[in-house]
Design a protein around this ligand. Structure first.
Ligand code: FDA
Length: 313
């Protein structure tokens, strides 16, 4: 009853948003998935993760800015994140992984809904600042109306500034072809299953099909991609991929696993102990609602928690 699409649908209702934001019941769960309101909170969390041999991608929460001014503010925050990372002591910036602390950004936060050229200028600015600090900028993938524009922009920007890459979502029918295109251009890809509510005209409705696509695409990326990131908490898929890499004699430093902050800490530790690079996606900021509801929707037990809270409150 409380499936992924149901939760995504009800959480987009303004009344639901107001309820979740004002209710104290959700606070511990928000705290589990989000590092805090400010960059300083996120850096404290990041340093603790790095001390456990994990690496980090910082995410300043927020999407779909409503004006160019809002987008400029987000871009200024991205730049301050890169500057703060560069100022961390050497010990906090060293790990076996490529860039122990990089950043993830969203094109709708850079102003893609306002004007494409404006968002591209912002992206170029952020990636140039990252290049100055020998860092990397990952462009998250948003809902399917943005897919083509995101991939086009990344290809243009990456041709001039190689320290950027993006994300592909296995639930989209188009992704096998996108994987090949990104391999051809040697653009760094994070592979995810996909977190948005998509119609069956563009995405597999069946989870088994998504999982099959994920494994197929992960294998292609590990064989031929440029330092791919396999972002999943799916233990069965992770085990299949470590076995595949071993069988193909692909050394663990040729790719990394990525997981979300607050999910499957046990599995993160096991992988690190086995010698794999593991990066944790660490979100911070006060615009946590859309990110939080996507996390709730991913797990039936989380959805049940919402339902109970609603009936009680
Ligand atoms: P799946 O949903 O099948 O879960 C497998 C297992 O993981 C579950 O059985 C459970 O044990 C655990 N698990 C998963 N989610 C959980 C949760 N919320 N709470 C508790 N346990 C949970 N999506 C996107 O569309 N664009 C993007 O840019 C990104 N970026 C991104 C970065 C990183 C580092 C990660 C890990 C994920 C993303 N995603 C994303 C989200 C992704 O698309 C997907 O929704 C989630 O990773 C959940 O899918 P899994 O692969 O973990 O599998």
């Amino acid at each position: 009853m409380f499936g992924r699409s149901f939760i995504l649908k009800i959480s987009s209702l303004p009344r639901m948003e107001a309820f979740v934001k004002s209710s104290r019941i959700f606070r511990p769960m928000v705290g589990r998935f989000i590092a805090g309101d400010g960059l300083d909170d996120a850096l404290v969390v990041s340093r603790a993760l790095i001390s456990k041999s994990l690496s980090v991608s910082l995410d300043y929460l927020g999407e779909n800015t409503h004006s160019k001014e809002e987008a400029n503010t987000a871009v200024a925050t991205y730049v301050s994140m890169l500057e703060a990372i560069a100022k961390l002591p050497e010990s906090a910036r060293k790990s076996s992984a490529t860039e122990p602390l990089n950043i993830s950004i969203k094109l709708t936060q850079c102003g893609l809904d306002q004007e494409e050229a404006f968002a591209e200028k912002n992206l170029r600015h952020v990636v140039s600042v990252a290049a100055r600090y020998e860092n990397f900028v990952r462009v998250d993938m948003e809902a399917s109306p943005y897919t083509q524009r995101t991939l086009d922009m990344i290809q243009r920007v990456q041709a001039d500034l190689p320290n950027t890459g993006t994300v592909l979502q296995s639930y989209l029918y188009r992704t096998d072809e996108d994987v090949e295109r990104m391999i051809e251009k040697q653009i760094r890809i994070r592979l995810v299953k996909g977190a948005y509510l998509e119609p069956s005209t563009v995405a597999y409705p069946e989870k088994t099909k998504v999982d099959e696509a994920y494994v197929r695409q992960a294998k292609r990326l590990v064989l031929a991609g440029r330092y791919p990131a396999l972002a999943t908490q799916d233990e069965r898929i992770i085990n299949e991929m470590t076995a595949f890499a071993k069988a193909q004699c692909i050394s663990p430093d040729r790719f990394e696993f990525q997981m979300l902050y607050g999910i499957r800490r046990d599995l993160q530790e096991i992988l690190v102990n086995q010698g794999y690079n593991v990066r944790i996606y660490v979100p911070f900021g006060d615009a946590w609602y859309p990110y939080f509801t996507r996390r709730l929707a991913e797990r039936p037990a989380n959805a049940l928690f919402i339902a109970k809270a609603l009936f009680k409150g």
